[in-house]
Write a protein that binds this ligand. Sequence first.
Ligand code: COA
Length: 570
Amino acid sequence: MAALRVLGRCQATLCRSQCAPFSARAAAEHGRAAQAFPVLPGALLPIHRPTCEANTRNSARCAHRYLELLEKVKSGGGENAILRHTQRNKKLLVRERLKRLLDDEDFLELSPFAGLGLPYGDVPSAGCLSGETLYRKISGIWCMFMANDATVKGGTAYPISVKKQLRAQEIAIQNRLPMVYLVDSGGAFLPLQAQLFPDKEHGGRTFYNEAIMSAMKIPQVAVVCGSCTGGGAYIPTMAEETIIVDKIGTIFLAGPPLVKAATGEDVTAEDLGGAKLHSRVSGCVDHFAATEADAYSYAQMIISTLNFDPEPEGRAQFEDPLYNTEELAGLAPRDYRHTLDVKLILSRLVDGSKFLEFKAEYGTTLVTGFAKVEGNLVGIVASNGELTHDASLKGSHFVQLCNQRDIPLLFLQHTTSQDRFPPTVSKAEQLTNRLKAQASMIAAVACATVPKITVVIGGCHGGESFAMCGRSYEPNFLFLWPNARIGLVDAANLSWSDQKDEGWTDETEFKTQMNRLKEESSAFYSSARIWDDGVILPQDTRPVLGKCLKIIRQKKYEKVALQNSPLLRM
Ligand code: COA
């Protein structure tokens, strides 16, 4: 552990010496924060060593799986589909498109593992990429994008693709981000139509959202860079401004094969719904682009007309943490028994490892306080053990405090499932009191109107996860570390010897159920189903949070006021 400690100190020296020169104003602000917030003691000690080593081994396994899956999704629908897309259909691959559309390759991709290992098979990235990007060169504004990957079954929408699209729109609504759609989709994946069409959160909701977003003055721009068939046709037609690429983009409700089947007529895709038809005759699109490259520069020009005020420059000065963020792998808990003080994690996430703790002596199984992440002030609510009665009361107080002061909340969630069968009456009484206090915290979190970000750093189990701003509490963003486990109960807490007493008789069946529970509790299982916005490595947490906080802050710089009716295409 001595080595880790030395590393911590080296990192501190390195950070100080590498700090960029500050502007006078930023330096003054920084000076105030530096005086106000004490530095957390974050050095790893010999006593931490066994836990850190076990966590590091587990984190290495999880990171390996993470990289494997990342590799898998990057190849989209596979070699043959890529050849068909690029050579026969002469289209750019989706990541190439994004490179041209976005002026910064460093975008924040959301839910890349969505669609893997679902009952209906693998749908890499759910057949579409979504994420946020900062248009630095144009106007310094953050936008949300949504781009079909036509190498995955012609870009058709599976149920998970619809879920991903709806989540992208929800993020755009919640954070008031302009939305850019790159549409290249054969519409609904027909074999699963019953899971795609009729319900409230099914395909039609995408178009409903487009109208609602427009009425909320959230701009939407579409680029038709492939087929837009069936449902796919509504996305560009309902967008506020649309570009179509000649000989590549088509829009129709039913393609040439269906026309042939229905009327016997032979018609080309170009004549039925090509770029010339829609830009000159139907008016479904607004701009004709001769090439894909032209289409993306049109899109950038349109974004520069959105009349958003960019965030003032020169405010992004901040200190790095004093401790090495790579050490987070040893702090990411393998399970509840391998958990160290959460302040060791905080000291590797926040600026200058500085943290102004709130109620440090009370309800210590929850840590609350103020810090900055990449220059953004946040109120932190971090699990440091069970969410006891006192910890929950403290949590409620702190969440309301941040809400009063308009400070975004960052939840670091590591909860455990509780005893369902209290062994004594006094324990039952204690749990009931805890329940009351947790209910208050749940209400405080649900009603907090400030932006919220949740990172599940360990367990996400049972009721505690509600109070710690789980998915149902609508955090603006929710990420998981790869070691995270999500489930009503934690399989690690269930042993055969205890379960025998609960009436189980078949040990083999018990083991099968436990293996299933473990599999279903993994971070990757969750992310495949979009119960979160993606799995992030512990050492990437700080830059990801920094981006999310900047995205959230954009609302402040927006000029436009709310209106009530959407823009209607004439
Ligand atoms: N549902 C299910 N699968 C579909 C599909 C759909 N709507 N559209 C395409 N696919 C599948 C194809 O069967 C093919 O699968 P395979 O790779 O296993 O052979 C794959 O997607 C690619 O389709 P293909 O036609 O070979 O590629 P393409 O690039 O030439 O054309 C489309 C892509 C989307 C333009 C074309 O397939 C098409 O027009 N599909 C019909 C779209 C439609 O009618 N949709 C109505 C939905 S409401």
